[in-house]
Unconditional design. Structure first.
Lengths: 205, 215
């Protein structure tokens, strides 16, 4: 390779380096922006993951789901709270979950959301909707009317078991909403969008 | 004398094809420029298609990412392995139609193994194959057909199609636009690193190990 060839290669490699740095910085800052926007602490998340990998799943009495927003006081629920007998239990119920208009039938066990809100008596008088939020910042697309949770008490649940087994990577808690609850909402909604894995928050408005 | 002439002829063939003779073993199964598929092409295609189909369907590599990177779309960082099989087949056969054949085999196997996307998964695999072949075509036209840069960019093209396709079909409009950008960037980066560079490295090792090429 002559001197011109070497110079060309160096220029080419320089451009590759510049492109790599630009892409890396873009990914870094976009990620940081989303961590800040969604209130996720990446170091804490990595630390939790590290702990889970080396010490097993978290204890049942650690807070997993918070009920926040238009409530008398914020409610923190652990897995053992949600499994406790004070709430209405839904055991091995078949749910119709529609994805892209394709129905799937899954068997979940969990606690009725409405029973939790009712037993704990945390709703403000003007509270009207609820919204599910996942650990990755995913939010169900529309807030649902609390009247639906009351009307379909056993069709809107915080699930902790799938086919009789723990939820593993979907959990420890996820929301499950039967398609019957959302099928009449305009514009057309899929119940899968309301069945949020790794549920961490239920926001009341 | 005759041996020297023979050796010279082989070197000319390799030089003409712009292959580095130090890196590629001559296997005697070449077709001297023919683009027809040989039995060996079909065997490679079937083996890699089946391997890819099984691994894509049954091994959730995305869990690796979910543990460490919590944002939606992060799993695109490992999506490149779905297309890597097509780069390997292209490396050892140098036929773009073999890319399509491998991706078709892989897609059909994923469909038969119960992929939730049904027949759409075959279409997605074929589109990824077309994008990858297009990527290789473009890279070869600009003289990057055998460089890491060329393979990386071609792999990026190959792996890119599925990200916007699945995100649009899944109607993830409610997610912030920066998450869309990140997911698409991750798909392209994964294509560069896993589909292109890892695929090229595996191809090189296979050829060095004596796997017969068909070009």
């Amino acid at each position: 390779m002559n001197i011109n060839g070497i110079a060309n290669m160096e220029t080419r490699n320089f451009y590759i380096l510049v492109a790599t740095v630009c892409v890396g910085l873009t990914v870094f800052w976009l990620s940081m922006y989303n961590f800040a926007r969604l209130g996720i602490d990446p170091i804490e998340h990595a630390s939790e993951s590290f702990t889970t990998i080396f010490e097993g799943e978290q204890e049942d009495d650690e807070t997993i789901v918070k009920i926040t927003g238009n409530v008398k006081k914020e409610l923190k629920l652990s897995l053992s709270d949600i499994k406790s007998s004070k709430y209405v239990k839904v055991t091995d119920k078949k749910f119709k979950v529609v994805t892209r208009e394709e129905p799937h039938y899954y068997i979940y066990s969990g606690a009725s959301l409405w029973s939790i809100l009712e037993v704990e008596d945390i709703l403000e008088s003007d509270a009207s909707t609820f919204l599910f939020i996942g650990k990755d910042g995913y939010e169900s697309p529309l807030p649902l009317d609390l009247a639906l949770a009351e009307q379909y008490e056993k069709d809107v649940i915080l699930a902790y078991e799938f086919n009789g087994d723990p939820l593993y990577e979907q959990g420890p808690i996820r929301s499950v909403v039967d398609h019957e609850v959302v099928e009449d909402i305009e514009p057309e909604q899929y119940s899968s969008q309301y069945s949020v894995q790794n549920l961490v928050e239920v926001r009341i408005e | 004398m005759a041996q020297n002439k023979d050796k010279h002829t082989k070197e000319v063939i390799f030089t003409n094809k712009e292959f580095n003779k130090d890196e590629f073993k001559e296997t005697g199964i070449g077709q001297e420029g023919s683009q027809k598929l040989t039995t060996l092409d079909l065997i490679y295609s079937a083996i890699l298609g089946v391997l890819g189909g099984i691994i894509s369907s049954l091994i959730p590599f995305s869990l690796l990412i979910k543990v460490w990177y919590p944002l939606t779309g992060g799993t695109q960082l490992v999506s490149g392995h779905h297309v890597m099989w097509a780069t390997i087949i292209y490396g050892i056969t140098k036929k773009k139609k073999n890319i399509m054949l491998t991706m078709a085999s892989k897609g059909i196997l994923e469909f038969l193994l119960g992929d939730p996307w049904g027949l759409i998964i075959i279409f997605v695999n074929l589109m990824e194959g077309i994008c990858l072949a297009g990527g290789f075509f473009c890279m070869e036209r600009i003289g990057e057909g055998e460089t890491k840069l060329g393979w990386g960019v071609a792999g990026g093209f190959g792996n890119f199609f599925q990200a916007p396709f699945f995100w649009i079909i899944n109607q993830r409009w409610h997610l912030h636009f920066t998450l869309w950008i990140l997911a698409f960037m991750f798909a392209f980066i994964s294509g560069i690193l896993i589909t292109g560079l890892l695929g090229k490295a595996i191809k090189d090792y296979l050829i060095k190990a004596g796997v017969p090429t068909t070009f």
